[in-house]
Design a protein around this ligand. Structure first.
Ligand SMILES: [Zn+2]
Length: 155
């Protein structure tokens, strides 16, 4: 704020960067991500990632929520960008917290309402998979949701 160097100080219960001149405290926030879990005709919509983390592995369409963006809209936007499909978000299924990444993932149940399937953004292939022919999955959020689906608990 005032262009003076920051230093770590113990304030409000943990170490935080604090301005040595004006005392401004930097509160570091977690990243928030939103995904859509989409089933149609008992098949799940998955995208194959073109980039790391998880390059070549498959996950539910999703990504980071922008500042000022409704997370449900973020989920719909990510579906549009990664799969070319338009979807509705029906309800919140679960919230995941990545201990290793610090990322909070909001998982919504989605339903396709239009569009034309075409991979985009950081997804190289997009497809529907039935229970018996699932590809190799990545991310705790996707693997947990798929496990529940296989057990008949979702959607
Ligand atoms: Zn300052």
């Amino acid at each position: 704020m005032c262009a003076q160097p920051l230093a770590l100080q113990f304030v409000h219960g943990r170490e935080r960067p604090v301005c040595s001149a004006c005392g401004h405290i930097i509160f570091l926030d977690p990243k928030v991500s939103a995904l859509a879990f989409i089933i149609r005709d008992d098949r799940i919509l998955l995208g194959q990632r073109a980039v790391d983390p998880g390059r070549l592995l498959w996950a539910c369409p999703g990504g980071f929520v922008e500042l000022g963006e409704d997370p449900q809209e973020a989920a719909r936007r990510e579906v549009r960008e990664e799969t070319g499909l338009e979807c509705m978000t029906m309800r919140l299924l679960d919230v995941f917290y990545g201990v290793d990444t610090g990322v909070i993932v909001l998982a919504y149940l989605g339903r396709v309402v239009g569009g034309r399937m075409q991979p985009g953004d950081d997804v190289m292939t997009v497809d529907w998979f039935d229970r018996d022919h699932l590809p190799e999955l990545v991310f705790t959020s996707t693997t947990t949701l798929v496990s529940r689906w296989l057990r008949g608990e979702l959607p």
